[in-house]
Design a protein around this ligand. Structure first.
Ligand SMILES: Cc1cc2nc3c(=O)[nH]c(=O)nc-3n(C[C@H](O)[C@H](O)[C@H](O)COP(=O)(O)O)c2cc1C
Length: 336
């Protein structure tokens, strides 16, 4: 399948693995790129720019295909040295950067100067248009369903994607709630040129996280995510657990007086406890509603291959079948 996104990034399939804290290590990024998608290393999971440089080199050892690095500009307890991280990306020869959170505007000149392609993750049409205006090559349009930070507008992808299609000139991928062939075809139908998946990629053999995390994803349903930090205007969609129950209790008690310090125990330093130690009740970690569509732990290649094969089947048989008048009764029960 060829789309504006496969052409822009030089990849075989229009499927991107979004940056994920403590998940987006070289193993996963390389597996996704080797399977024909675009794998992305999460820059800030590497505690220093030097460690990011090593992670990039490790990924290059595992794949000769294009891969990217995610740079997230979110409120954090201590601001990371972004220029040094960008230097590590440049010197590591990485030519694709996924930015997220605040606008990457101040870093665009230095990224563009070396020909790095930038895809910015946005949760609204206005932010997507801003990304286009400042020179981003593509946008990842992240609907309210998404794992992580859905923003504060709460617009799901059924609305957000066609709105983005009506306004954007640069290509965009659908992000949030994407899991399978059905997601991809729906995203393409709504104007996207591919899809970005986060949560689905955690439940794969290559994702370098504790087996408890993958088991929790297979067991959870679409009813099991919660929104936290709303009062701080830093909303995050996370998987419900005992730590999150406690966090929500504090949020209810503090209401509009909530400060980040009140919930530090439930949000800071949680990722290594969950992803490395497998402590599933440690606190808030991002997870999308799409968890309700995850029922197995395939290899990345199996997942991507079945998405692409399933998408072809839906397009060639189900959709054209409707036009030919002979497919109306067949359900599409794709395995996510
Ligand atoms: C565990 C986890 C950690 C994430 N960490 C980051 C991150 O550090 N930076 C970022 O830009 N997005 C992060 N995301 C968001 C993903 O890149 C992606 O946009 C999102 O998961 C898409 O929604 P989905 O989970 O429904 O596929 C994270 C998502 C998950 C599930």
């Amino acid at each position: 399948m060829k789309t504006a996104i496969t052409e822009l990034f030089g990849i075989q399939h229009p499927i991107i693995q979004g940056g994920m804290h403590y998940v987006g290590f070289a193993e996963l990024a390389a597996a996704v790129s080797n399977a024909g998608g675009l794998g992305i290393i999460t820059g800030l999971t590497q505690k220093t720019p030097e460690l990011l440089a090593k992670e990039i080199a490790r990924c290059r050892d595992m794949t000769d295909k294009p891969f990217g690095v995610n740079l997230t500009f979110l409120p954090s307890f201590t601001a990371p040295p972004y220029p040094e991280y960008i230097a590590a990306i440049k010197e590591g020869g990485v030519r694709i950067v996924e930015t997220a959170g605040r606008s990457p505007e101040q870093y665009m000149p230095v990224l563009k100067a070396v020909g790095i392609k930038v895809i910015h993750k946005c949760t609204s049409v206005r932010h997507s248009l801003k990304a286009e205006k400042i020179g981003c090559d593509a946008v990842s349009v992240d609907g309210f369903e998404c794992g992580g930070h859905p923003g504060e507008d709460d617009i799901p992808n059924m609305i957000l994607l066609p709105r983005a299609a009506d306004e954007l000139k640069v290509p965009f991928v659908a992000s949030g709630g994407m899991a399978d062939a059905r997601s991809l075809v729906a995203a393409l139908a709504m104007g996207a040129a591919g899809m970005n998946m986060g949560t689905r990629f955690i439940a794969t053999k290559e994702a370098p996280v504790h087996p408890n995390v993958k088991k929790a994803l297979v067991e959870a349903t679409e009813l099991d995510t919660r929104l936290v930090m709303r009062a701080l205007r830093n909303t995050e969609r996370v998987l419900k657990n005992k730590g999150v129950d406690q966090l929500l209790k504090i949020e209810r008690e503090k209401a509009n007086t909530l400060k980040i310090q009140d919930i530090q125990e439930q949000v800071a330093g949680v990722y290594p406890k969950v992803m490395v130690d497998g402590d599933m009740d440690a606190g808030a970690w991002s997870c999308g509603m799409v968890v309700g569509l995850i029922s197995d732990i395939p290899t990345v290649k199996e997942l991507i291959d079945r998405i692409m094969a399933g998408a072809e089947l839906i397009i060639r048989q189900r959709l054209t079948g409707f036009l030919d008048g002979d497919e109306a009764q067949k359900p599409v029960r794709a395995v996510a």
